[in-house]
Design a protein around this ligand. Structure first.
Ligand code: ADP
Ligand code: MG
Length: 309
């Protein structure tokens, strides 16, 4: 897949503090790209550089095949981490004003605003001032304003923070829809549930450095430990546990099952395969449950951060 955004060797310092250290990232066109990292890692700084709000000290950003230039902001939608709307202005007027700033005609802007306000169930709030809205509602309005002009690239900085689960889900589904309609989406987060559900590609930044990037499935393969979660049934569980412990690395597992199973995580050596394990177990017990342990995005996040601290 061709890359819509390429950042090469980005450095950014604030005084003596290095906020980004030689960070290179490639975002495939049409992907949902998760920019991950603990608080203070440098995610927002990186996003502000892509949006040309701050300049890098070193390095180059390419957008859509060319060096990033001021005019590109028309093709990029940006939801900043610090949400900000004009508090005294009416919601509808403000949306219309901001949409026109992004190059939409008044008629087109009105049409799209109607569509989104209905979709997000906030049409009744059109004539309220922003200061009268709850935080969640104001965030919905700002999300709409970000996506209204259907930019090629959407950048959401912590889009789920401040939303309740219902609205977080609404935003999640809209991100998936926007991708279906052809947008590329970059979003930053330190919350891993949304990464599992949305991201095909990720990059993990930790203490100003990129410590991991690639396709999430490939990273999971890299982090997996050849471990299988099994539920076994037999007359004599103690004997079975004894046998297994001599042959494999065995730890207790917890999962739901209908049978009174012996529940274990069995870690194989590198040269042992799942087929070897199944053959072995088949001779010893009924296998009621058998699944490979796949590291979660959260496991990977924690492990990668600890390894690089
Ligand atoms: P993240 O979004 O990953 O939580 P940020 O990019 O906001 O992290 O910040 C990275 C580091 O850079 C933090 O230590 C932060 O305090 C520092 N930083 C960010 N912006 C500025 C600035 N304008 N001046 C000084 N330090 C800054
Ligand atoms: Mg941030």
């Amino acid at each position: 897949m061709e890359d819509i955004l390429i950042a090469e060797k980005i450095d950014k310092n604030f005084g003596n503090f290095k906020a980004l250290d030689n960070v290179s990232i490639r975002v495939p066109r049409g992907s949902i790209f998760g920019l991950l990292g603990p608080n203070g890692a440098g995610k927002t700084t990186f996003i502000r550089i892509i949006n040309q709000i701050t300049m890098p000290d070193q390095g180059t950003v390419y957008f859509d095949g060319e060096k990033l230039q001021p005019n590109d902001v028309h093709h990029i939608g940006y939801l900043p981490e610090e949400r900000g709307l004009y508090k005294r202005m009416k919601v509808g007027e403000q949306a219309l004003y901001l949409a026109q700033l992004k190059g939409l005609s008044k008629a087109e802007a009105k049409k799209r605003i109607n569509y989104w306000f209905d979709k997000f169930d906030i049409a009744a709030w059109r004539n309220k001032k922003v200061e009268e809205l709850s935080k969640g509602m104001a965030q919905k309005v700002q999300f709409i304003i970000t996506v209204l002009h259907q930019p090629k690239l959407l950048i959401f900085d912590e889009p789920f923070s401040g939303f309740d689960p219902i609205n977080a889900n609404l935003i999640k589904n809209e991100i998936l829809n926007l991708q279906k309609e052809g947008s590329t989406i970059i979003f930053s987060t330190h919350r891993m549930e949304s990464v599992e559900e949305l991201c095909e590609h990720i990059a993990l930044i930790h203490q100003s450095k990129k410590v991991l990037d690639g396709k999430l499935v490939d990273i999971k393969k890299q982090f997996k430990t050849n471990t299988f979660e099994v539920g076994l049934n037999t007359e004599n569980k103690d004997n079975l546990l004894q046998d297994l412990s001599e042959k494999f690395t065995v730890t207790p597992a917890t999962f739901k099952s209908l049978e009174d199973d012996l529940k274990l995580n069995i870690k194989l050596k590198n040269n042992e395969t799942s087929t070897d394990l199944i053959k072995y177990l088949n001779n010893k017990a009924y296998i009621n449950h058998y699944v490979e342990v796949i590291p979660s995005a959260s496991d990977i996040f924690i492990q990668a951060v600890n390894q690089n601290s």
